[in-house]
Design a protein around this ligand. Structure first.
Ligand code: FAD
Length: 431
């Protein structure tokens, strides 16, 4: 008899809630992972670096597990087929995993738990990827917060060291199920191709975090942690990071609270995945010009800061937060293109893509989200450049042709676009 520990967005063998509970239980543990065809099938780019990242991480975990006499059992297919396979291969008593708050994942987990129950196998899920989830930080009347500042105050007031205490997985590593190593399906088998990519390290950059206020808004330097991808796939423990942030920097901690705020919003209001949080914003008459959209995607808008951001994204899978805000504002306000188009483009490209954060921030930029910037605030790309990239260091890195006379003229003039945006938004919201 064994128990399974099902890994998803928690790809590490230390300080991991489900793994801790699994190893502490009486039966030996088999760690498992599904390369879910329902998710992989949606990825058009067969060089998708996130699949590569997951694969590389699993291989590294496999090395550690093999050294302990255990092995990861990785399945390529649907989660249903995976569990059918595992329950025929092993005598499974319990399945341990961590909560995932995305609508698809919630449905999947409910279906799997039901399927297992019919075979007398119990399903146990834990909070792992956030400090506070679901209903842990609520208003006095029991409603969820929809404004960030009071949410973050309550979040901080609720926090005690108990919440960021690590799970001491290492105490129980004697409880792995021992078996010969199994092979992880290759990227090629799954229809993907590995592209040479240097992923940022999972180490906490304490120096950057200490100076975060001074450096975080300057896209030309590495003034932010670049830990997004590790928080997304759980290669870093949020508890460890929060502990560092508490010691070193309140502003950085606030960003981690934004992350939890959007996870909480997605859990309470799953409809935000397709609808504006503020319903009246779905009356906006978007222009949705496909050629305009293409120029934005390719970084050919004639606004160097916008173009630099889009090219950084297309080339590296990363874009600096300040520039994410500028490019998102440009798409929704200057071009009047539906925020959902931009959201989908970022979702396909960002290494740190996370449904809750991407959706929350896009809705914020478009003005239609919870606690969003007021719609009449339209970023001026030139002023943003003067403030955050005065020496044009960041821009020149991504737009080297800037100084040539062939650089395209702005596709829409700022004052004209601003006026047009205010009219279109105003019309939708005044009804
Ligand atoms: P740091 O500045 O070092 O921050 C540390 C961590 O805090 C981040 O890794 C992230 O987990 C969290 N964080 C920081 N800012 C935010 C924020 N505004 N909202 C939520 N969490 C935050 N972040 C994502 O993780 N995934 C996304 O898909 C995503 N899409 C975005 C789309 C738009 C239009 C905008 C404006 C922002 C988006 N962000 C997203 C938020 C933010 O830009 C990134 O988290 C950040 O740039 C990642 O770089 P970093 O790891 O160096 O962040």
């Amino acid at each position: 008899v064994i128990n399974l520990c099902w890994f998803r967005r928690d790809l590490r063998l230390h300080d991991q809630a489900a793994l801790y509970h699994a190893l502490k239980d009486e039966h030996p543990v088999v760690p498992v992972f599904v390369f879910d065809t329902a998710i992989l099938g949606d990825l058009e780019d067969k060089t998708d670096r996130r699949v590569h990242f997951i694969h590389q991480t699993l291989e590294a975990m496999q090395q550690q597990l093999t050294a302990a006499g255990a092995t990861l059992d990785v399945f390529f297919g649907t989660p249903e087929a995976a569990f059918d396979h595992w329950t025929s291969r092993y005598d499974v008593r319990k399945v341990f995993t961590n909560h995932d708050y995305e609508p698809y994942a919630r449905e999947r987990d409910t279906a799997i738990a039901k399927r297992l129950k019919s075979q007398n196998i119990s399903f146990h899920s834990y909070k792992d990827q956030v400090i506070f989830e679901k209903k842990e930080v609520l208003k006095d009347n029991g409603d969820p917060y929809t404004i960030f500042t009071p949410y973050s105050k309550r979040w901080l007031a609720t926090l005690t060291p108990f919440y960021y205490k690590p799970y001491p997985v290492e105490k129980y590593t004697g409880n792995w199920h021992r078996q010969a190593p199994l092979k992880i399906p290759s990227l090629k088998t799954m229809g993907f191709v590995a592209e040479q990519t240097d992923f940022p390290p999972a180490d906490i950059p304490e120096k950057i975090i200490r100076h975060y206020e001074e450096t975080r808004d300057i896209p030309a330097i590495q003034g932010t942690s670049r830990l997004g991808i590790h928080l997304r796939f759980g290669t870093l423990s949020i508890r460890e990071l929060v502990k560092t942030a508490l010691k070193d920097n309140d502003t950085f901690l606030k960003e981690l609270i934004w992350r939890e705020f959007f996870q909480m919003i997605l859990w309470h209001f799953p409809e935000v995945t397709h609808a504006s949080f503020k319903k009246e914003y779905d009356r906006i008459a978007w222009r949705n010009n496909e050629k305009d959209f293409e120029r934005w995607c390719q970084g050919q808008t004639g606004y160097p800061i916008v173009d630099a951001g889009m090219r950084e994204l297309n080339t590296t899978g990363f874009m600096h937060n300040r520039v994410r805000m500028i490019t998102a504002s440009f798409l929704t306000k200057h071009l009047l293109i539906d925020w959902r188009w931009g959201e989908a483009y970022f979702a396909a490209k960002l290494l740190d893509y996370d449904l809750a954060s991407n959706n929350g921030n896009w809705q914020w930029a478009a003005g239609c989200g919870c606690d969003a910037a007021p719609y009449f605030r339209v970023f001026n790309p030139s002023l943003q450049t003067q403030k955050f990239d005065k020496q044009l260091q960041y821009i020149r890195r991504w737009v080297p042709e800037l100084d040539e006379f062939s650089y395209p003229a702005p596709m829409v003039e700022h004052d004209v676009a601003r006026k047009r945006a205010l009219e279109v938004y105003g019309k939708a919201l005044s009804r």
